[in-house]
Ligand binder design. Structure first.
Ligand code: MG
Length: 281
């Protein structure tokens, strides 16, 4: 076993973002499978935290299996599963209108909630929950508006990412749908469960019973992964295999040195070029 860098001494829990850290699209980022196995071999608990609400946790297990990484459904904390657990804490067997895809719908159904469609009676809807929906349309938007303004529905969102990285470049993210509902209701979501909010990481700490100082998040985005990690007071490591470039990190550091206004929570404890950077040279 190679020796870990000092920043990772005493770590018992490693939280990994997925896209840009473990894989990029359909391609495994080299060595991420080996690094995860090495961490597991020294009894570090490994879990995954993604803002993507469109796929189920079982689909993630299968995807990682394809990369030779073994995992269980309970290792995944997606914005859909986090939303589902938090909503269930508020109300059991609720009636919910979802702007979102199978991942979010399945997580909610599994907890016993009823998912309705835009032809249902808006008066019965307890929650409107908004996530990324590649089949988003005017009818869904109008029904969500009706449930919130004329009915009793409370408005929640899985995440507010403005963009979605894709092989072809950038696509619109969940934030676009959240903003559409905001605009036509003049209401903000009561909570947005995904990163950069710390709810998911706090849930992971609760479930695993590990203290924040013994936990670390590996992410490729400053404004989601690193921000969420710092807000939850855990250790944060930025990996330069995804969205954030070395140039952006330097620009941020220079700003901080010149004491220009910058949210300290955007600064990671450590920046590494690839996951191999967790080992001493
Ligand atoms: Mg990412």
């Amino acid at each position: 076993m190679r020796e870990l860098v000092d920043e990772l001494k005493n770590i018992e829990l490693a939280i990994f973002d997925l896209d840009g850290v473990i894989y990029r699209g359909d391609i495994l980022i080299s060595n991420s499978d080996k690094v995860i196995q090495e961490l597991k071999d020294i009894s570090i608990k490994v879990v995954y935290n993604s803002n993507n609400s469109t796929v189920t946790r079982q689909m993630y297990v299968d995807r990682l299996k394809g990369f030779n990484i073994n995992s269980e459904v309970s290792d995944f904390y997606t914005s859909a599963s986090i939303t589902s657990e938090e909503i269930t804490n508020q109300k059991q067997n609720a009636t919910i209108f979802v702007i979102g895809e199978i991942g979010l719908k399945e997580e909610l159904k599994e907890k016993g909630h009823t998912i309705v469609n835009p032809t249902s009676n808006y008066k019965n809807v307890d929650f409107v929950i908004v996530g990324l929906d590649k089949e988003f349309n005017y009818k869904k938007l109008a029904f969500a508006q009706n449930c919130i303004l004329q009915g009793k529905a409370q408005f929640y969102a899985t995440n507010s990412d403005s963009t979605l990285p894709a092989a072809s470049g950038l696509l619109p993210g969940a934030g676009v749908m959240v903003n559409a509902v905001e605009t036509c209701t003049n209401k903000k979501p009561l909570k947005i469960f995904g990163k950069p909010n710390p709810y998911g990481i706090q849930m992971i700490l609760n479930h695993t019973n590990v203290s924040p100082d013994k936990s670390v998040i590996f992410g490729d985005r400053l404004n989601t992964d690193i921000l969420a990690g710092n807000r939850a007071r855990i250790n944060t490591i930025l990996v330069l295999t995804g969205v954030t470039t070395e140039r952006e990190v330097k620009k941020n550091q220079e700003k901080a040195i010149r004491s220009q206004v910058i949210d300290k929570n955007l600064i990671p404890n450590l920046v590494i070029k690839s996951l191999l950077g967790i080992f001493k040279e």
